[in-house]
Every structure is written in structure tokens, then in C-alpha cells.
Design a binder for this molecule. Structure first.
Ligand code: GTP
Ligand code: MG
Length: 323
């Protein structure tokens, strides 16, 4: 294990507003470096104040474009804003990290905007704990809100979604109608819904359909999901989205839901770290033995072992329960 002296005072420099230190710490966290985790632990007591806004929705809905427009609006309101863009590296999107970097490069010289783009895969510490680590670093460095883009597909991404206190769900016309959306239950994850691509046919109808559906939906008391219309390309409707994000934050500050969201974020992070730790500590050193992992799962599928027996094996307690 690396010595913590490698980066003397990194946490302190970050807290003092040193953006170079912030970038360095972010890279360490992304690489799953224990020093990065140590920096996060060191600054953790100074975090928890920032609003974490998740932006989710189907591939190509305009999440990255809208985040860029949100940053613009938030800057006009004098906020220091950070964003984490997670690229699913899926065959559908073809990997948008480069496109996102180009789009966001206009913020490069603004010290009050901090953006990281990263791939969904290949984080030794797991996606949720890596993202949580970045959120804590940005929070400690005084960025608020912190916006996180996620496609919401796959276990890791669902865990990431739990890190957000406020979730903005994007929908677009033409991808199938609102009935489909409610069937999939996706409206339930949005505190705010934005129908993006207002310039496309069917956008206003979709707003109408979705508005009718959320009226009948069970939501936490005190908040009913607003359905807004945006054009992320022109910025139309974006100030209303920011107003609504701020209203949701005030709602969280004064309701039980706020407490529940913070609990859910902490749980997601702790479980993420626990799983990593189990994988690392397992007598089988699973992270280096994907084939053995598959073998164990196959055994469960074929009823050669029970799920509990596999857990016992992973924890090195074979003798007790495995037959
Ligand atoms: N017509 C129209 N096009 C838009 C709008 N917002 C975004 N787009 C376009 O839609 C495409 C996808 O936008 P992105 O912002 O990359 O979408 P995304 O949801 O981040 O995509 P992934 O990260 O790949 O899932 C781009 O070509 C945008 O220019 C809009 O309001 N109207
Ligand atoms: Mg994107």
C-alpha cells in the first residue's frame, strides 16, 4: 500500500480552494488509489452541504446538453457548480466521453465550474463509491450544486442514482409514448421531469400526458413532480428547471424526505465500499479471478451449490455450510 505522504496536505489544499489539488485528488479517486480514498476520509467532515442533482434519462435524450445549459444558468446566478458525466460506453451511445469533453470545454477557464467525464466501467473502487468520492471532493471544495449524469442502466448506475438528493428525469417525444414510461415505472424516480427537445413534434402532448399521469402517482407528501418543457440546445425552459431544482432543495431541507435521501446516499456508498472490500478480502481474491466467479455462479444456476453456500465460500467459511 502506498504511503499517505505521497501527497502532503492534498486535502487541506483542496479545502483552501486549490483547484490543482482538487484535480489531483479526483484522479486518485477515479483510479481507485488508496491515497484518494484517504483524502476523501480526511475531508468527509466538511461535506454534506451541497445539493447533489442526478440527471437521468434514455440515451441521446440530451442529458449532457441540458447539463451544459444548467451550468450556464447556475453561473448567471453566481453558483459554483461541478458536474460528473458518466459515459455508459454502450454500443448504443458509442461512447460520448469525447463529445462531452468538447462540449464542456467552454468552461475550462471558469474557476467556478469543475467537470469530470468518466467511463462507467473500469473503476477499481466501483462506480458508486468512485462517484461518491468525487461528490465529496467537490462538496468540500465549495461546489454547489453537484450535477451527476447517468444513463440509469445497470447495477452500478442505479447505485449512482441513489447518491442524488434531487433527480431530474429527461424524457423526449417520439421514443414511445407516456404510457410506456409509466409502465416501466420510470416516472417514480424523477423528482422533476423535463420533456426535452421541445422543438420536436409531440413534445407538448407528452408534457400533457405525463402531467396527467403524475397527478395519480403516489409521491412523498409535500412535493408533486413538475413536468417541464425544455430545449437544451437553445436554453429555453432551463431557468424554470433551475428554479424547480432550488425549490426541491428547499423542500428537502424542510421535510422527512431530505433525511431519507441522505440515508439512501450513505447506504449506497457504504454498500459499494463493503462489496469492494469483500471482493478484495475474499480468500479467493475474486477481482483477479473472473472465471472462478463465473464458475461459482454457474454452480448456483445448475443447483450444484446454493447461493448461501457460495457466500460461505466467498467469506472463507466453507467448512460450516457448504456440502
Ligand atoms: N432538437 C434538439 N436536439 C437536442 C436537444 N437537446 C439535445 N439535443 C441533441 O441530441 C443529441 C444528444 O444529446 P446529448 O446531450 O449528447 O444526449 P445525452 O442524453 O447526454 O446522450 P448520452 O450521454 O449518449 O446518453 C445531440 O445531438 C444534441 O445536440 C433539443 O432540445 N432539441
Ligand atoms: Mg451524455
Amino acid at each position: 500500500m502506498m504511503s499517505l505522504d505521497v501527497t502532503p496536505g492534498l486535502g487541506a489544499r483542496l479545502l483552501a480552494g486549490d483547484l490543482g489539488a482538487l484535480a489531483r485528488a479526483a484522479t486518485l479517486v477515479e483510479n481507485g488509489d488508496p491515497v484518494g480514498r484517504a483524502v476523501v476520509e480526511g475531508i468527509y467532515g466538511r461535506t454534506g452541504g451541497a445539493d447533489v442533482v442526478g440527471v437521468t434519462g434514455p440515451p441521446g435524450a440530451g442529458k449532457s446538453t441540458l447539463i451544459d445549459a444548467l451550468i450556464d444558468e447556475l453561473r448567471q446566478r453566481g453558483r459554483r457548480v461541478a458536474a460528473i458525466l458518466i459515459d455508459p460506453s454502450s454500443p448504443i451511445s458509442g461512447g460520448a466521453v469525447l463529445g462531452d469533453r468538447i462540449r464542456m470545454s467552454r468552461w475550462d477557464r471558469d474557476p467556478d465550474v469543475f467537470i469530470r467525464s468518466m467511463a462507467a466501467r473500469g473503476h477499481p473502487g466501483g462506480l458508486a463509491s468512485t462517484t461518491a468520492g468525487l461528490i465529496h471532493l467537490f462538496d468540500a471544495a465549495g461546489f454547489d450544486p453537484i450535477i451527476v449524469e447517468t444513463v440509469g442502466v445497470g447495477q452500478g448506475e442505479i447505485e449512482v442514482a441513489h447518491l442524488a438528493a434531487t433527480t431530474l428525469l429527461l424524457q423526449v417525444p417520439g421514443l414511445g409514448d407516456g404510457v410506456q414510461a409509466i409502465k416501466a415505472g420510470i416516472l417514480e424516480i424523477g423528482d422533476i421531469v423535463a420533456v426535452n427537445k421541445a422543438d420536436l413534434p409531440g413534445a407538448e402532448e407528452l408534457v400533457g400526458d405525463l402531467s396527467m399521469m403524475v397527478t395519480g402517482n403516489e409521491r412523498p407528501a409535500g412535493w408533486s413532480t413538475p413536468i417541464l418543457l425544455t430545449n437544451a440546445t437553445t436554453g429555453e425552459g432551463v431557468p424554470a428547471v433551475v428554479d424547480t431544482i432550488e425549490a426541491h432543495r428547499r423542500y428537502l431541507d424542510t421535510s422527512e424526505t431530505g433525511r431519507l435521501r441522505r440515508e439512501s446516499a450513505a447506504r449506497s456508498e457504504v454498500f459499494g465500499l463493503l462489496r469492494q472490500e469483500l471482493e478484495r478480502e475474499s480468500p479467493l481474491h475474486l477481482q483477479n479471478k473472473a472465471s472462478l466467479w463465473h464458475e461459482l455462479i454457474d454452480d448456483v444456476v445448475e443447483r450444484k451449490r446454493t447461493p448461501s453456500a457460495v457466500v460461505a465460500t466467498l467469506l472463507g467459511r466453507d467448512g460450516a455450510t457448504c456440502r
